[in-house]
Design a protein. Sequence first.
Length: 124
Amino acid sequence: MPRDKLVDAPVSGGVKRAAEGTLTIIASGTDEALHCTGSVLSALSEKLYIIKGGCGAASSVKMVNQLLAGVHIASAAEAMAFGARLNLRTGRLFEIIQHARGYSWYVAVMASDYGMKGLACLFM
């Protein structure tokens, strides 16, 4: 009988939070595999979510999250481009948005650069 155990454990939080040990980890697998890896996953994370459904279930949750993230990134970029086309000062526009319902973490991350460089910082 094989002794290998497999845990599906996608993360959220990027390089900075990985270094701080404050990632969000979504994990799935057999109870035995999760038990064997629990202390390591806990040490790396601030939030650890165990998803029932076997290996692959955690990746399904991550895919839903990534869909939402992509929508937020695209809509934030489009909104700022729209504001620029209306000849609004994007710095001032951001200042107002960060105190209104249109604000999101993705808007804040892109505050200094609404181009590809700003988007790249989300993943590095």
